[in-house]
Design a protein around this ligand. Structure first.
Ligand code: PGA
Length: 241
């Protein structure tokens, strides 16, 4: 694991954006695995800026997002498809048909998960997977569990995760209780993984990820087994390393 300890959120975002930009430049038709949440927003802003300056071209890039709330779709402000449109897709020249997010409106969980696994397989796998990390060590919505899940599956969100995400909703009651998420297996098959972390609340999860036992109780700890992981964090997130 290569580790970059950056001074603050801005520096972390700059470093993460430069790694993603390098991937797009080196392989213009790359498959990017993308993440939502507060942490990657600064990196997405920088990618948009670089695109607007003519330094990046997303016309052949394909994307696959980690997860989506069950029950939310593009018409819902808090859906992850909406997040991606607002923070990245609508501001760069990516073809919308080349972007993929699990369909939270599909009530048939088995069908949706199988469809999404096929989307990933048909793309030939993921070149670079961007990941945030939950306070509990989750990646995507792979919550602490008894075993690592391989493919896309439906999860029940932990109360702590719902509370952490309630800031995006008008009340905790509105936060969905379930989500569709890419599995740990799909994440681990990415050629390269870029894990970003910011803030004191992530410090313990980051420490457990880097130096704790590999256990599904801390899903991100599995990244110790991946040959090409870059962790970019700010000083607060890295304070326990
Ligand atoms: P955050 O979420 O970037 O909003 O902290 C990360 C995550 O829960 O994976």
């Amino acid at each position: 694991m290569r580790i970059y300890k950056e001074k603050d959120y801005e520096a972390m975002s700059r470093r993460a954006a430069s790694i993603i930009a390098a991937q797009v430049i080196l392989k213009p038709d790359c498959v990017l695995g993308l993440a939502t949440g507060s942490t990657p927003i600064g990196a997405y802003k920088r990618l948009v800026k670089q695109y607007k300056k003519g330094k990046l071209d997303f016309s052949a890039v394909r994307t696959v997002n980690l997860d989506e709330y069950k029950g939310l779709g593009a018409g819902d402000e808090q859906s992850y498809i909406n997040f991606m449109n607002e923070n990245l897709f609508s501001h760069v020249n990516i073809a919308k048909e080349n972007t993929n997010v699990p369909n939270g409106l599909n009530k048939d969980a088995a069908a949706e998960c199988a469809r999404y696994d096929k989307v990933i397989a048909d793309m030939g796998g993921i070149d670079l997977q961007l990941l945030g990390i939950g306070n509990n060590g989750h990646i995507g919505f792979n919550e602490p569990a008894k075993s690592f899940a391989d493919g896309t599956h439906m999860v029940t969100l932990e109360e702590g995760t719902r509370e952490a995400n309630a800031r995006f909703f008008s009340s905790l009651d509105e936060v969905p209780t379930a989500a569709y998420t890419m599995g740990v297996g799909s994440i681990m098959r990415a050629k390269m993984i870029l894990l970003v972390a910011s803030g004191k609340a992530k410090a313990q999860a980051v420490k457990d990820t880097v130096s704790g036992p590999v256990t599904p109780k801390v899903p991100a700890s599995v990244l110790q087994l991946h040959p090409n992981v870059v962790l970019v964090g700010d000083e607060d997130a890295m304070s326990l390393l």
